[in-house]
Design a binder for this molecule. Structure first.
Ligand code: MF3
Ligand code: CO
Ligand code: CO
Length: 273
């Protein structure tokens, strides 16, 4: 989601208590066991859709064809594709090719050998949201692009590994930023992970950069995405005239992987796995 850079006052009333470490705790971020099972069902549909795409996506396929496949499989499973008509997004899935950072709109261009593409699927099932994305490599992909895709996948895994009670949202961004920057890449600032499950985008924001020990504490029952966007060049982005497509300002390649997960009593549960 687009990062909200406004300074938000802590408008925390009932349901918000101070914990012993002095960090504020927003208990409205916590989902019930039943809600988490509902989100997991939506997440499993997401996984099946992405698995289906892995069998079908190849050179010559258009991104509009991918949109049709996602729409058909979602609806066939009694789901609703969350992107369709969300804030006037025109399609059922986001397809972000090469220098597109996120929110690419499916179109008639054929995928070419050498392209790298993120496909971001969000399914609504019985009112619950699952949000996940993967990278696809088309035909013969350059070693540089392969490396970016692989390191970005590792950034997601490293981010997930930070999640456990006792830690803080900032631990995720700190670990991802260190890992990406040590390898000469940059972390996109303008889009962040987010709470999800009952609505598409909920609090809190989950930046993929930042400082360990900062931000909201991890509490069992919190459900959010981690979805690092990593650029081969500078992290700056710009949005095309269609109002959606975010691209790297310097034209460098960008990659992204995403999972939705829940904090458990002693760690993390990946709901889109
Ligand atoms: N799935 C994206 C995310 O991870 C949001 C896409 S919004 C859309 O937050 F409208 F472009 F679909
Ligand atoms: Co998301
Ligand atoms: Co997504």
């Amino acid at each position: 989601m687009m990062a909200d850079k406004r300074e938000k006052p802590p408008a925390w009333g009932m349901g918000h208590v101070g914990d012993t470490s002095g960090h504020h705790v927003n208990t409205s971020l916590i989902k019930s066991k039943a809600q988490i099972e509902g989100i997991r069902k939506a997440g499993r549909l997401n996984k099946r859709i992405l698995d289906m795409l892995e069998e079908r996506i190849r050179e010559g396929v258009t991104t509009i064809q991918i949109d049709q496949w996602v729409h058909e499989l979602t609806v066939a499973n009694n789901g609703v594709p969350a992107p369709l008509n969300y804030k006037q997004f025109p399609k059922s899935v986001c397809t972000s090719v090469n220098e597109v950072v996120c929110h690419g709109i499916p179109e008639k261009r054929k995928l070419l050998s050498g392209d790298i593409m993120n496909v971001d699927v969000t399914s609504i099932l019985q009112g619950y949201y699952g949000d996940s994305s993967r990278m696809f490599m088309i035909g013969e992909v350059s070693p540089e692009a392969r490396k970016l895709v692989q390191v970005t996948k590792e950034c997601l895994e490293i981010g997930i590994a930070q999640v456990k009670p006792g830690g803080f949202v900032g631990d995720i961004g700190s670990a991802i930023q260190d890992y990406a920057e040590q390898r000469g890449y940059s972390v996109v600032r303008d889009f962040v992970g987010h709470g999800t499950g009952l609505r598409f985008h909920e609090d809190p924001q989950i930046p993929h950069f930042g400082q360990k020990g900062k931000g909201h504490p991890f509490l069992p029952g919190m459900v959010f995405t981690i979805e690092p966007m990593i650029n081969a060049g500078h992290y700056a982005t710009t949005i095309l005239k269609d109002g959606w497509t975010a691209v790297t300002r310097d034209g460098s390649l960008s990659a992204q992987w995403e999972h939705t997960l829940a904090v458990t009593s002693d760690g993390v549960d990946v709901l889109t796995a």
